[in-house]
Design a protein around this ligand. Structure first.
Ligand code: GH3
Ligand code: MG
Ligand code: MG
Ligand code: MG
Length: 300
């Protein structure tokens, strides 16, 4: 495992000796962060997003249960694995901690070997969970978000835009004459071209909430929250220019001697009553028109 893969463990305990002992124990294997009270635990968890928190139950400012409840209430920290480590050794304390959503419960005084083994076990579960999430949400060929992920985010962003009276722009991007490209250059070359186009689409996104996804086949979708039509058209123009600058030869195309794309866009304007499916259909209709208009162009 290289440094970039090192998992982060936050040790939260009000007792300086416990922090020190646990910190030293974990340091050889993990990146260790320390917190001496509940407030600091929440702050460090939000800032560093550790993979796991070893959480003391009894702390003067805020007990571990409350810390866990607050972690779970914040979507950013909701999925961080937590192991309680506590002097409360009654079975009902342990059962209660697990019921609250902790992954495990270690009773003090702890045994170093057992702590290490349990931490390793739960970090493995964390890695497996991330892998499953990736498999569920990321397209293997292009590394873009997949259709499933897009559908989920689109609904969420559409509702957010309606609630906040913000614009929301959507663009469907389809490679021109891609069937001929595959026929002429072979499927592996087609895959490479699709990956290159995907990379530029992703690189063209401007805001953290923007998303480039593979909608299906050689069709990508760009989701741009809080982005009006004019700005979104600028984003799309930049991506199309970057694709043209790749100068991927396409001798079998009757559009241009290089690989080109067509784009259909649509914008939900603030105050509009348009449904999410209608907005998507508008973008799709515009893509169809762009194809009809001779391809290598975008219509909004
Ligand atoms: P148009 O300009 O109208 O979009 O023509 P087109 O040939 O691009 O459209 P069509 O929908 O007829 O064909 C899309 C082609 O894209 C067919 C399919 O083989 C190819 N394709 C879809 N997904 C992939 C992929 O993952 N890799 C490769 N290499 N080709 C793909
Ligand atoms: Mg304590
Ligand atoms: Mg196509
Ligand atoms: Mg297509």
């Amino acid at each position: 495992m290289n440094v970039a893969d090192t998992q982060k463990v936050l040790v939260a305990d009000d007792d300086a000796i416990n922090r020190e002992v646990l910190g030293e124990l974990l340091k050889p294997e993990y990146t260790v962060l320390l917190a001496k009270n509940g407030a600091q635990t929440l702050e460090r968890a939000a800032r560093h997003l550790p993979d796991l928190i070893l959480l003391d139950v009894m702390m003067p400012d805020m007990d571990g249960y409350e810390v866990l409840r607050r972690l779970r209430a914040d979507p950013q920290t909701a999925h961080i694995a937590v192991i309680f480590i506590s002097g409360l050794d009654r079975p009902e304390d342990e059962a209660n901690g697990l019921k609250m959503g902790a992954s495990d419960y270690i009773v003090k005084p702890f045994n170093a070997t057992v702590v290490m083994a349990r931490v390793a076990l739960h970090l493995q579960v964390v890695r497996q969970r991330r892998m499953l999430e990736r498999l569920a949400n990321v397209d293997g060929l292009t590394e873009l978000a997949n259709r499933r992920r897009f559908d989920e985010l689109y609904e969420h962003e559409w509702q957010r835009a309606r609630r906040g009276s913000q614009p929301l722009s959507l663009a469907l991007l389809d490679i021109d004459a891609f069937k001929q490209y595959n026929d002429r250059y072979g499927h592996p070359a087609g895959d490479r071209a699709l990956r290159a186009v995907s990379r530029l689409a992703a690189a063209g996104m401007r805001r953290p909430a923007d998303l480039a996804a593979r909608y299906g086949g050689e069709e990508l979708v760009l989701l741009m929250p809080e982005t009006g039509a004019l700005e979104a058209q600028g984003v799309v123009a930049g991506i199309c220019t970057a694709i043209a600058q790749l100068m991927i030869p396409h001798e079998a195309s009757n559009v241009a001697p290089i690989l080109t794309v067509s784009v259909g866009g649509a914008t939900l304007e603030p105050g509009s009553r348009e449904q999410s499916a209608e907005l998507f259909e508008a973008a799709d209709t515009h893509l169809y028109r762009a194809k009809q208009a001779g391809r290598n162009c975008s219509i909004w």
